[in-house]
Each structure stands twice: as C-alpha cells, then as structure tokens.
Write a protein that binds this ligand. Structure first.
Ligand code: KG4
Ligand code: ZN
Length: 331
C-alpha cells in the first residue's frame, strides 16, 4: 500500500510517499524561507502562490524517485488544517483533485497529528501510550496520546507558541527570519547567570503555557543593554533558558499526572539542542525514554502527512468530494 502525502499549511511544500512495508520511499521538500525573509515573516498570499508553483512539480519528483506509477498510489493524504487558509486551500484542492483524477480516495490530515506521529517513522519508535510535547511556530501543546486518534490535550499555549516566541524575540534582536535557530545559535555564546528571565505559569498548577511575556521581558532587557554581540548573546541565553526550563517543568508535570514513562517531542522547536539535552537528563532521572523524529522530520514535511494519512486511511477515514480547509482545527 502506498500513500502520497501533501503538506502546504505554512511556508514549506512537502510531498512524500509512505509504503506500508518499506516506510518513506520518496520525499521532496521545498522551503519558501528565502521568499519571506525580506518581509521578516511569512506573507500568506505569497505562500499560497508559491505552493501552487511547487505542488505538481514535487509530486512528479517523488513519483519518479519512488519508481511508482500513479496507479500504484492507494490514497492521497493532504493537510486540511490548521494553518494559513490560502496555503491549506492549495494543498486541499490539489490533493483532492489528484485523488479524483487517479481514481483513489483522499484523506484529510490534521497537521499536528502529523507532527505527533512523525516519531513513529523511526526504527526506535514509541509504543502507546505516551505524552507528546508538540512545539512549533504555530502551536505549543502537551497531549496525552493513549492510542491512534485518542488524544487529550493536557495543556497548550494561551498566547504565543514556543517557536513564535523564539522568532519574535529573534526579530527584536535583529537576527532576521526565521529567527528561532539563529537565536539558539547565538545563545551558545551567552554567559549563564547574567540575566534571569521568568518561567511563566510555573508557579501555579496546570499545564498551559504562556510565552508572550518573555518576548516583552527580552525587549525591556534589550533596551537597557549596550547592544554589543556579547550583550545580545547573554539575552539570547537567558531567553532560551527560560523557554526550555518552562517546557521541561511542564513535561515533568505531564508525566507525573499521566504516570507514563514515554515522552514524544515533535515540531520545529524539538530541533533545539538545549531542549534535547535537558529532556534526555529528565527522562534518565525518571527511568523513562524520550523519542524524536529524525531532524528533517522535526519541521514541516510531507513524510509526516503521508504517514498520518496512512494511519487514518487504515482506520477507514475518507474525504468527501468537496474541498475543505480548516485553518482553525482543534486536535
Ligand atoms: O513545525 P515547524 O516547522 O512549523 C510550524 O508548524 O510552525 O516549526 C517552525 C518553528 C519556528 O518557529 C522556528 O523558529 C522553530 O520552529 N525552530 C526552533 C529551532 N529550530 C526551529 N526554535 C528553537 N530552536 C531551534 N533550534
Ligand atoms: Zn508544523
């Protein structure tokens, strides 16, 4: 069985084919980063137009790479939401039409379920149940994953997502777009203990996050610093420490609350090295285990949509002939 997956929810066009026996057999990813960089963030209309340019091209590429013909594709999965409405509509229209013309079913995939299931593409994959920490540019959430499709949200961000806070703070610091990885790199040069940023919402029970205050804290600290490279690095360091520490405190609580020993971390921020080493230590102490997707599947990609689509297809899910996008779609 072969499932073609299409991801177009934000600024990455990702297409991949998942084969039931062999796993991901072909994939292509096109990032629009350069297109949006000069605007300092994703421009939704430009994103939609660029997805239109790339979806058919990349689909041809992955079919060629896989050596499969369109007749051998059993279903077409596409990201139906959440995300930018125009960008989603490109994937939904393309995916739905492709399935129609190939005479196979279409399957709608939730973008965050794609992230959540991405670690299952690895050889060393987690069994159910597990706690999932999903941290991307659009979302921060902790999920109790009992089984495929059985998800309870334990907590989520009430304002900025973790990646968004990284990006916005990086922008304030003049690090450009996308700022998250750049801020993380600069933080390596920062000296510990120069600033102490708050750990939002850790002084009360609960698993929700709030990161927008950290950005304001960074803005205020920036105003009173000398603007040198070292001063910026010290701020980056303190900011990153606060975000990572907060995420770790909430992960520990979620594990205590559920009694689970397995933690899955996915979404763009899961590429952060400090988060990874902190969680490795935490799980070692708890005699549990943390699972990640391989680095290229941490950020948006077609492979996670092909795989989540495969799981949904096996589950009997099928899309109707109408074309729907769901920019705000709860998990
Ligand atoms: O999952 P993703 O590719 O897209 C969304 O669905 O949002 O996540 C992108 C986010 C961006 O905010 C980016 O700055 C952040 O992940 N990110 C990082 C790192 N790498 C990517 N944040 C902190 N440290 C990193 N190393
Ligand atoms: Zn994502």
């Amino acid at each position: 069985m072969n499932i073609l997956g299409i991801e177009t929810s934000c600024d990455e066009t990702g297409i991949a084919i998942y084969n039931e026996q062999q796993g991901i057999v072909a994939q292509a990813l096109y990032s629009q980063i350069e297109l949006h960089a000069e605007y300092g963030g994703v421009v939704p209309e430009l994103a939609s137009r660029d997805h239109i340019r790339k979806t058919a091209l990349l689909t041809d590429q992955v079919l060629q790479q896989s050596g499969l013909s369109s007749r051998e594709i059993d279903a077409v999965a596409f990201t139906q939401g959440p995300g930018l409405i125009g960008a989603l509509l490109v994937g939904a229209t393309f995916g739905r039409s492709l399935a129609y013309s190939w005479g196979c079913p279409a399957v709608a995939v939730h973008h965050m379920e794609g992230h959540l299931l991405a670690p299952l593409l690895e050889d060393d994959k987690p069994d159910f149940p597990f706690v999932a920490l999903l941290v991307s540019g659009g979302h921060s959430m902790l999920v109790d994953v009992k089984a495929l499709g059985d998800y309870t949200i334990l907590g989520e961000s009430i304002d900025d997502a973790a990646g968004e806070a990284f990006d916005k703070t990086a922008k304030l610091m003049g690090l450009g777009y996308p700022g998250g990885p750049r801020l993380a790199k600069l933080a390596e040069q920062g000296r510990p203990g120069v600033h102490r940023f708050p750990r939002p919402m850790t002084d009360r029970p609960g698993l929700d996050f709030s990161f927008s205050g950290l950005k304001t804290f960074a803005a205020n600290t920036l105003r009173s610093c000398d603007g040198s490279e070292q001063a910026l690095a010290d701020i980056a360091h303190a900011f990153q420490d606060a975000v990572i520490d907060t995420l770790m405190i909430k992960c520990r609580r979620a594990l205590e609350q559920t009694g689970y020993q397995r933690l899955v971390v996915a979404g763009g921020v899961s590429a952060n090295q400090q988060l990874r080493s902190g969680l490795a230590q935490l799980m070692k102490k708890r005699r549990g285990k943390v699972f990640y997707p391989r680095p290229e599947f941490c950020t948006d990609n077609g492979a996670m949509i092909a795989y989540a689509g495969y799981c949904r297809f096996k589950n009997g899910d099928r899309e109707t002939l109408s074309i729907n996008a769901r920019p705000r779609w709860p998990l």
